[in-house]
Design a protein. Structure first.
Length: 196
């Protein structure tokens, strides 16, 4: 069609958009900081409990399963869950109410921007990709061991593995989208700071 832009023009048009002008009042920033604290607390509690559950159940499988490949997969799953727990605890270590400690507008803005950067980095870059690399192999190796141990159910087991891989791909997409959202918020703060 004649009036459609080529893909590269659409991309440059999208990237060249003006960032929305948004108020950066201290109250608006504190509201954003409280929201980030709630997100971090939820990740801290739910993620931490989930990691502990996976570590306990996979640790039990290491002991009771006779198949070596399954035990190796379970051990790698424990290692992956322990690494995720480490990241969840590290990212969530900021004490509750730390946002309220920043009283000056400049301090609030600096603190809020730092929190946005921490959240962005949790969902992309080295933080994120190291989780993917460490978490994926354990369940997949466990699946291979399960299929070897139960050849009659191999098809069903591989179907579960395909669902697991699909969920991992969806997780990657969602995490990168969330990181992009945090980056847009950082860009909005930067644009507002330049205007002041």
């Amino acid at each position: 069609m004649r009036n459609e832009l080529p893909p590269n023009d659409v991309k440059s048009l999208w990237q060249g958009q003006a960032i929305e002008n948004r108020s950066t009042s201290p109250e608006e920033i504190r509201k954003g900081m409280r929201k980030l604290e709630r997100i971090a607390l939820r990740r801290y509690l739910v993620g931490g409990l989930l990691c502990l559950f996976v570590m306990a159940s996979s640790g039990r499988l290491i002991i009771i399963l006779p198949n070596l490949i399954q035990r190796i997969g379970a051990a790698l799953t424990v290692i992956g869950a322990a690494y995720l727990l480490y990241q969840v605890l590290l990212i969530g270590k900021r004490p509750p109410g730390a946002a309220a400690a920043a009283t000056e507008p400049a301090d609030c803005l600096k603190f809020y921007r730092g929190e946005l950067e921490r959240q962005r980095d949790y969902h992309c870059g080295l933080w994120f990709w190291s989780r993917v690399v460490i978490l994926m192999p354990g369940p997949l190796i466990f699946t291979i061991g399960s299929a070897n141990a139960h050849p009659a159910r191999a098809r069903s087991i591989y179907l579960h593995a395909a669902v697991f891989v699909s969920l991992c791909i969806l997780g990657v997409i969602l995490n990168l989208g969330r990181a992009h959202k945090y980056q847009r918020e950082i860009d909005t703060l930067d644009a507002a700071e330049k205007q002041n």
